[in-house]
Design a protein around this ligand. Structure first.
Ligand SMILES: NC(=O)c1ccc[n+]([C@@H]2O[C@H](COP(=O)([O-])OP(=O)(O)OC[C@H]3O[C@@H](n4cnc5c(N)ncnc54)[C@H](O)[C@@H]3O)[C@@H](O)[C@H]2O)c1
Length: 266
């Protein structure tokens, strides 16, 4: 029960990493508000968890939705202890693209940044207000390995994730400076097999060989699971990490540990 008596809000919780975090947090004793734009799937996940959670519609790119969530949480629970800003899009399915820096489609760039970068900024703003009455609160932001290195074919995604990486540190320092009981950290997943990859992997045999090819480039040799990230979020959300703020935690099978061009002895 590492999250006993904690009230948590998780964005993008209808599937993938957000769903895994919601399930783990409930198991660890938190009351979890799952949110998403996919209401049908979000409601289904919440009902399958049964106790210790509820579903609430929240489009993270929409200021009014955050305002409504803030009023709802304040009225019903009086405070928030944990926010996981998990919702994010690559833009490959959600926009027309292209996403390379030379040809990028500006409205696609804006859409990806609106969800990933603006969504996290609005989430942090809302959480800071709701977390002041908490004894010990934690904001966990889902950045990416793509927020640390450049991605030629996904400029908006990479830039938006870099914005999350930096904003997390600003929030961490601001809250410390103000004496608020709020920590803020970022998680940087890489190669986690979730529905987000569907658009990039194809189907059937093509999917299997794409997964094999990606795995071959990962030092640990396999793609990660949503739970690998959920356990990192659990640590950062719990009071076990009470001295940890402004850090970036890589969950990537070792991808960021080195470089493909590292020199070889022979
Ligand atoms: N899977 C990976 O390898 C990987 C790697 C690095 C970072 N991440 C990050 O982890 C987070 C979760 O990724 P995932 O793999 O579970 O993705 P996913 O696509 O499987 O799930 C994302 C969820 O976010 C929801 N969503 C999309 N737009 C939204 C919006 N405007 N408001 C609220 N919800 C919205 C979707 O409906 C979906 O339920 C994302 O921020 C992603 O960028 C994932």
């Amino acid at each position: 029960m590492r999250l006993e008596n904690k009230i948590a809000l998780i964005t993008g919780a209808a599937r993938g990493i957000g769903e895994a975090i919601a399930r783990l947090f409930v198991e660890e004793g938190a009351f979890v508000i799952l949110s998403d734009i996919n209401d049908e799937q979000g409601e289904a996940v919440a009902s399958s968890i049964k106790k210790g959670c509820e579903y609430f519609h929240l489009d993270v790119s929409n200021q009014n939705d955050w305002q409504t969530a803030q009023e709802f949480i304040l009225e019903k629970y009086g405070r928030l202890d944990i926010l996981v800003n998990n919702a994010g899009i690559t833009g490959f399915l959600e926009t027309s693209g292209p996403h390379d820096p030379e040809n990028l489609d500006f409205s696609s760039w804006q859409k990806v940044n609106a969800v990933n970068s603006d969504g996290v900024a609005l989430g942090c703003k809302t959480a800071i207000k709701l977390m002041k009455p908490s004894n010990a609160a934690s904001i966990v932001n889902l950045s990416s390995r793509s927020g640390i290195v450049g991605i030629p074919g996904a400029a908006a995604y990479a830039a938006s994730k870099a914005a999350i990486r930096n904003h997390s540190k600003t929030v961490a320092l601001y809250c410390a400076e103000q004496g608020y009981p709020i920590r803020c950290n970022s998680i940087h997943p890489g190669g986690i097999l979730t529905p987000m990859w569907d658009a990039m992997l194809g189907e059937g045999e093509a999917r299997d060989s794409a997964i094999q090819a990606i795995s071959a480039d990962i030092p640990l040799g396999v793609m990660g699971s949503a739970n690998d990230v959920a356990y990192a979020a659990l640590y950062l959300a719990s009071d076990e990490s009470k001295y940890v703020t402004g850090i970036e935690l890589n969950i990537d099978g070792g991808i960021l540990a080195g470089s493909a061009a590292s020199p070889n002895r022979e």
